[in-house]
Design a protein around this ligand. Structure first.
Ligand code: ARG
Length: 740
């Protein structure tokens, strides 16, 4: 645990830390003074106040038999004779066995490096429990530790590899030294290409660097002897015993091949965000599905997610809607289908406004009254929101999507005036033709300047408008107030916007404007636009109904269930209708969601019912079917009285080995999804898993296995595959069925 240091003088602080190790039973009391003397001797010869408020007193001693350490924080600060002359607030005492200082120099360097990260120091300041502390310190402390099943093998390899690289290249930033699954299992389970990049940057021979790193690399507890391949890759093959041990742990229910993040981040995810008084259309499946998959992935990995549905509940359209409501509202129609009626009101009045300037004036007058807080207009507006929300909720209910918050655009109205005033006062925004906008400040070359646009070869202003000439505010203004609110309310490390790529320009300007408005706050948060492409019809044009209208999301989901029902009924007519309906619901919705998550999100994709509902190929029904099949094997085993004992795992056949190795890659896949905000990685992982399972099932009899040990091991592999498939699909927002 981290102790709160009482003393304010260097030597006393060192003794306080040593005493804490005595109290913890890590140093025997008789050795206290000698160890204290050893640390002080070293500290006197060369101060360990490395700057940034950090001190790392250390020593080697024959009185300790393993690496031990203690951490303390000092409120008032201690004079550690630091490089930067600043008082020290964090002290890490580090003791190693006699003669091992040389060996642990890179660990020391890693400690220094770790503590240099402001977010780590901040996290250390907040640490509550021993496990939290262990998680934070893990990157530096486990370089040479024996295999520990609580740490997944690829993480152990990575951490040992980072230590080895640090020993060879002390100045290198090892955070980018990572291992990835080997593309071809022939060469091993994991691979790193990081050494080639390091060598290139230093004009070193990559194979030579690899040889040097290999000499310092200690992974024999987890891997077969490591090989250098090609231009300087390192390939790692896990020992089968280690692989089997990790699988056995999973079979005992200790983990499911992933670990929660050592450093959880607060991430705001802004997604779905439909507009009031309009039907949700097919395009909304994209933001809703991708956003939901991301929130589920980040949560599973232990991050603190705030999902926020930024509903479009404010804007000029309400002038027309209000006019329509007051003049031509058809109450029975509203009761029957509110959104359709609201849509009709808008269309009729909009056409009138286009034709007659007086109608447009009348609509504007309604809007001004709403903006001024007129009671009648406010009440109508609220009804429109409530009616729309019912529609949204019905769709979210079907899709199984939940939000932590639904703070619509109107929520930010009270702050918009202040935002604009502040921007003007700081000289960031200025008036132009009656409106107010943020213009280029000339600090960027035109090509990279988001406030400039190229028209016919000439660079012209393309400002971020924050107030219209009629005094109204813009989409941009609301988004600026929204960032401000989110930072003040949740202090997130990241805000992710899952919005159509057609709004890429808006987000570029938004992020740039915010950075100019609040430069310090902007440095603390990563603002990311997670863009996506269009859904196309067979003709390669945006997906429409036969009559050329946009496809309503509700209708699309109905059709998905109906088509799936026909398929199920043809395949399994013997099942009762309610059961066929339920299968059809899970399969139909799953198919639509999966087809949308599978392509690289920035590409457009062609909507194709037959393809997405097929039981063959990379589809949800295929994966759901693979899941049901693994479950049926377990069921059959139970029915024949073969109770499966989660015991040892055997990986004799190559297909068993391949399946096991792929199960272990679940963690890397989840991390990649969270890092790059791309759920399609998980789709492809699951598809491959189902393929590896098929290979295993075809070659390795399970129920008819030659002996009980083998059968139990194979039943465990079936069960683990089922669990990963189910967990993976769940993260994609897709349900599974025990029987199909
Ligand atoms: N309602 C907007 C639209 O339909 C999307 C809002 C996205 N989120 C945001 N913070 N701008 O275009």
């Amino acid at each position: 645990m981290i102790i709160d240091l009482q003393a304010n003088e260097r030597w006393q602080v060192i003794d306080e830390l040593i005493d804490s190790l005595v109290a913890a039973g890590k140093i025997i009391p008789q050795n206290r003074d000698a160890i204290s003397a050893a640390v002080k001797k070293r500290e006197a010869a060369m101060s360990t106040g490395i700057g940034f408020g950090i001190g790392i007193p250390h020593a080697s001693s024959n009185l300790v038999s393993e690496v031990i350490y203690a951490l303390g924080r000092s409120r008032q600060g201690v004079n550690f004779n630091s490089l930067d002359g600043q008082p020290v607030h964090l002290v890490w005492l580090f003791l190693v066995p006699e003669g091992q200082i040389q060996k642990h120099l890179h660990t020391l360097a890693n400690i220094a490096k770790l503590l240099h990260q402001p977010d780590i120091r901040a996290a250390l300041d907040r640490v509550q429990s021993e496990t939290e502390l262990q998680d934070l310190l893990r990157p530096v402390m486990l370089g040479n530790a024996p295999f520990s099943p609580s740490m997944l093998p690829h993480k152990q390899i990575e951490s040992a590899l980072q230590s080895a690289v640090q020993a060879v290249l002390p100045e290198a930033d090892v955070s980018a030294v990572l291992v990835r699954p080997c593309p071809d299992p022939k060469f091993g389970d994991y691979q790193t290409n990081a050494l080639m990049a390091l060598a290139k940057a230093r004009k070193l021979n990559p194979r030579q660097l690899a040889t040097q790193v290999l000499a310092k690399l200690e992974v024999s507890a987890v891997c077969e002897p490591v090989e250098i391949a090609g231009a300087g890759f390192l390939n790692f093959r896990l020992k089968s015993t280690v692989l089997a041990e990790v699988l056995a742990g999973a079979a005992r229910g200790e983990h499911l091949f992933f670990r929660r993040a050592a450093r959880p981040r607060t991430v705001v995810i802004d997604f779905s965000a439909p507009n009031v008084a309009k039907p949700m259309h097919v395009g909304h499946i994209r933001s809703t599905g991708i956003g939901d998959a991301l929130q589920r992935t980040l949560r599973l990995l232990g991050h603190d997610v705030k999902s926020d549905n930024h509903i479009g509940d404010w804007g000029t359209q309400f002038g027309k809607l209000l006019l329509g409501w007051k003049e031509i509202l058809d109450r029975p129609a509203l009761e029957k289908n509110a959104i359709a009626e609201l849509e009709r009101l808008y269309k009729v009045i909009n056409a009138e406004c286009d034709a007659h300037p007086a109608r447009l004036e009348a609509a504007k007058a309604e809007l001004v009254k709403l903006q001024a807080g007129d009671a009648e207009n406010t009440a109508i507006w609220k009804q429109m929101i409530a009616l729309s929300q019912q529609q949204f909720d019905a769709i979210y209910g079907r899709l199984g999507v939940k939000f932590d918050f639904s703070l619509g655009e109107s929520f930010y109205n009270p702050w918009l005036g202040e935002v604009v005033n502040d921007l003007v006062q700081r000289g960031i925004a200025r008036a132009s033709q009656g409106a107010i906008g943020v213009f280029s400040d000339g600090s960027m070359p035109p090509k990279e300047d988001v406030f400039l646009a190229n028209r016919d070869g000439e660079w012209v202003d393309d400002p971020a408008l924050v107030r219209k000439s009629d005094g109204g505010f813009n989409y941009m203004t609301t988004d600026l107030a929204t960032i401000d609110y989110r930072l003040k309310t949740w202090a997130p490390a990241e805000i992710v916007y899952v919005v159509d790529d057609r709004q890429a320009g808006h987000f570029k300007k938004l992020f740039a404007t915010f950075a100019r408005w609040q430069p310090d706050a902007a440095k603390k948060v990563k603002l990311v636009h997670v863009g996506f492409g269009k859904i196309l019809g067979d003709d390669g044009k945006p997906f429409k109904t036969r009559s050329g209208d946009t496809v309503k999301l509700g209708d699309l989901l109905d059709e998905a269930e109906e088509r799936a029902f026909n398929i199920v009924s043809a395949k399994s007519p013997e099942l009762a209708e309610p059961q066929r309906r339920e299968i059809a619901r899970v399969v139909g919705l799953g198919a639509v969601k999966y087809a949308d998550l599978l392509p690289n999100r920035q590409s457009d994709y062609v909507f194709n019912w037959d393809k997405m509902l097929a039981l063959q190929g990379n589809t949800a029904p295929y994966l759901q079917y693979a899941y049901a099949r693994t479950r049926s094997i377990s069921r059959k085993a139970e029915e024949s009285g073969l109770h499966y004992q989660p015991a040892g795992i055997q990986l004799a056949a190559p297909e068993e080995r391949a399946l096991a190795g792929h199960l272990l890659n679940f963690s890397l896949t989840l991390e990649a999804v969270a890092e790059e905000l791309r759920p399609n990685y998980l789709c492809n992982y699951l598809f491959e898993l189902a393929g590896k399972f098929t290979g295993f099932y075809e070659h390795c009899p399970v129920l008819k296995a030659p002996d009980e040990v083998t059968r139990n091991s194979r039943l465990a592999l079936c069960d683990l595959t089922a669990r990963v498939l189910q967990q993976g699909l769940r993260i994609l927002g897709i349900e599974t069925l025990e029987q199909m």
